[in-house]
Design a protein. Structure first.
Length: 188
């Protein structure tokens, strides 16, 4: 055999081995992801719904106290995730509007995520509160937007509070418009 032929065979074998290892790793990762589900507990629905009748500035939105009287002004979702498995895992909290016809542009919909002690999680501790429009895409849903990606240990629970409101740069129209989206948690 020629020296070049041997080199091509060796390179081809290395490429085939790398592809095979990648495929096996991907299949195992997908299998683990489909088998592992984090438990999400809340006394509220994960479908957030409110109207555009009272735009708020960021300071008010962050501190707004949720109750039945103002449930149509701000979205509020308090929830806990629990990993009941023997292995820790990465997870993603994301929001998705695809199934709901929102008439309010996503650049006016503010989202603020805190832990159970009301301390902002990474990505929400800056001066400006991010809008739905500016969030990164979700790795769990083609149409979703990532709120947070974290790690949860075996048998661990974590609490979160999500607040959402219409930003004060929004102009109220002659009729009320509804904002509606779903909050999900998936193994990442």
């Amino acid at each position: 055999m020629h020296k070049k032929t041997k080199i091509y065979i060796i390179i081809s074998l290395i490429v085939i081995m790398c592809i095979s290892i990648s495929v096996v790793f991907l299949q195992n990762s997908q299998k683990r992801k489909s088998l592992m589900k984090l438990e999400v507990n809340s006394s509220q629905s994960n479908i957030i719904s409110y109207t555009d009748k009272l735009p708020l500035n960021d300071n008010m939105g962050k501190d707004f106290k949720y109750n039945d009287d103002n449930k149509n002004v701000q979205g509020y979702y308090e929830f806990e995730i629990t990993n009941k498995y023997d292995n820790g895992t990465f997870y993603e909290i994301y929001v998705d509007m695809e199934d709901y016809p929102n008439l309010v542009h996503s650049n006016f919909i503010k989202l603020y995520l805190t832990d159970g002690n009301n301390k902002a999680v990474d990505g929400f501790n800056g001066k400006a509160v991010p809008t739905f429009y500016k969030l990164k895409g979700s790795s769990s849903s083609v149409t979703g937007k990532r709120l947070y990606r974290g790690y949860i240990k075996s048998k661990e629970s974590k609490s979160f509070i999500l607040r959402s409101w219409i930003g004060d740069a929004y102009s109220i129209g002659s009729y009320e418009k509804e904002v509606k989206f779903v909050v999900n948690v998936e193994v990442d």
